[in-house]
Design a protein around this ligand. Structure first.
Ligand SMILES: Cc1ncc(COP(=O)(O)O)c(C=O)c1O
Length: 400
């Protein structure tokens, strides 16, 4: 009888080879204590966090924490049920109201994660004989949403407007079309040319879904994302987002102005067949979302730090994922996994945590050290971070 685990052998071998050099396992780090959105204790050492998605630093906001504690006391630890049965509490409705106000949209549907929001919305709205046209570098949850549904899948080259237009023109006349884009792509931190892409999609009669997971809270005048920043949010049919990044907790959502949107609550399996979020989580999310509406000063500070870190890393001689800073994600491209892992460990020893990203999660089989800034990083912390990159880069011969 074949061992079903045989298919994992190449990965097991690669991992064992890496760890046999004495390297700390980059995918098994424990946060022993978390002191603030930007500092934790890892391996007994005070460590600056530069690899979280806590873009707006809401995890320790006193109002957010108070709202969570109050809901825990008043409503208990969990709902033990689906949103369509016993799992919709006043807090879930309040959270959806906060999202509608945040995006100025008619409908909001909260899921248990952003992953499930993509799974659910994509697999439900694009059915048999419909076409999904998506950027080839789309997030795993988007691909998994496509896999769960029955639509025809047509990928196009990353951020290539012409390629998108060509694919759309080849789709049979009269077929349903859904174009899926992301505001910010999480691996390299680059933005989509949404204005052009949405225009081309609408001209072809397609509906458009934009995943703004990495732009919500930060990008756009009101933090609504790249679609807001580019002035085309009214042309977007569905925005997908998550509470696990700028909102600072866990959960996912879809907002839309589609007049028939509410029917999705009855037909979307990853919404119906799973338990709803705990009351404390929706209370923290709603409070955080409402505070993010007034986050202009934080947004400006985060933007200034993103520019400073990008310029500093470039000046040190690192190769970055984008020529200019486009988001709070700054990806440092490493020559290979071995060098990337060595640099990751050297940074950890300096007292800095970043994300090590490697294939298949990365585009073009790249190994990346992904830095993501938080609005709570001080200017001095950014200076410290640059000093740590300089020291670790020289120790590992990544820079001269
Ligand atoms: C673009 C994108 N969409 C969706 C998700 C899923 O979000 P969640 O963590 O809420 O499942 C992520 C998370 O990494 C993401 O990067």
């Amino acid at each position: 009888m074949g061992d079903l685990f045989d298919k994992f052998q190449p990965l097991i071998d690669q991992r064992e080879a890496l760890l046999s050099t004495g390297l700390t396992d980059p995918f098994n780090l424990v946060m022993e204590a978390v002191l603030s959105p930007t500092v934790a204790i890892c391996n007994g050492k005070r460590t600056i966090l530069l690899g979280t998605y806590n873009y707006m630093g809401m995890t320790f906001d006193p109002d957010v924490i108070a709202a969570g504690k109050k809901a825990l006391d008043e409503y208990g630890s969990g709902t033990t049920g689906s949103r369509v049965l016993n799992g919709t509490y006043a807090g879930h409705k309040a959270c959806e109201e906060a999202l509608k106000d945040f995006y100025a949209m008619d409908h909001a549907m909260v899921f248990s994660t952003g992953y499930q929001a993509n799974l659910g919305i994509i697999s439900t709205i694009a059915g048999k004989d419909d076409y999904i046209v998506l950027d080839i570098d789309s997030h795993a949850s988007i691909y998994d949403g496509c896999a769960l549904g029955n639509a025809n899948i047509v990928p196009f080259r990353h951020n290539d407007v012409e390629a998108l237009e060509k694919r759309l023109k080849r789709i049979p006349e009269g077929a349903g079309k859904l174009v899926i884009l992301e505001g910010v792509y999480s691996m390299l931190g680059d933005r989509a040319p949404l204005k052009e892409m949405v225009a081309v999609s609408k001209a072809a009669g397609a509906m458009v879904l934009v995943d703004e997971a990495h732009s919500m809270g930060f990008i756009g005048e009101n933090g609504r994302g790249v679609a807001e920043d580019e002035g085309i949010i009214d042309d977007v049919d569905f925005i997908i987002g998550t509470f696990s990044k700028s909102v600072g907790t866990v959960g996912g959502f879809c907002v839309s102005n589609h007049p028939k949107f509410e029917i999705l609550r009855l037909v979307c399996r990853p919404y119906v067949f799973t338990a709803s979020l705990p009351p404390s989580v929706v209370a923290t999310a709603a409070t955080s979302i409402r505070k993010l509406m007034h986050g202009a000063a934080k947004r400006a500070h985060l933007w200034a730090n993103s520019q400073k870190l990008h310029a500093g890393l470039k000046a040190l001689g690192f190769t970055l994922g984008t020529d200019t800073p486009q988001s709070a994600i700054i990806a440092v491209i490493m020559p290979d996994l071995e060098k990337g892992a060595a640099m990751w460990e050297a940074l950890l020893n300096e007292g800095l945590y970043v994300n090590l990203a490697r294939p298949p999660a990365t585009p073009g089989n790249m190994t990346l050290l992904r830095c993501s800034l938080c609005a709570e990083h001080s200017g001095e912390q950014v200076d410290q971070i640059l000093g740590m990159f300089a020291a670790a880069g020289r120790a590992t011969n990544c820079i001269a």
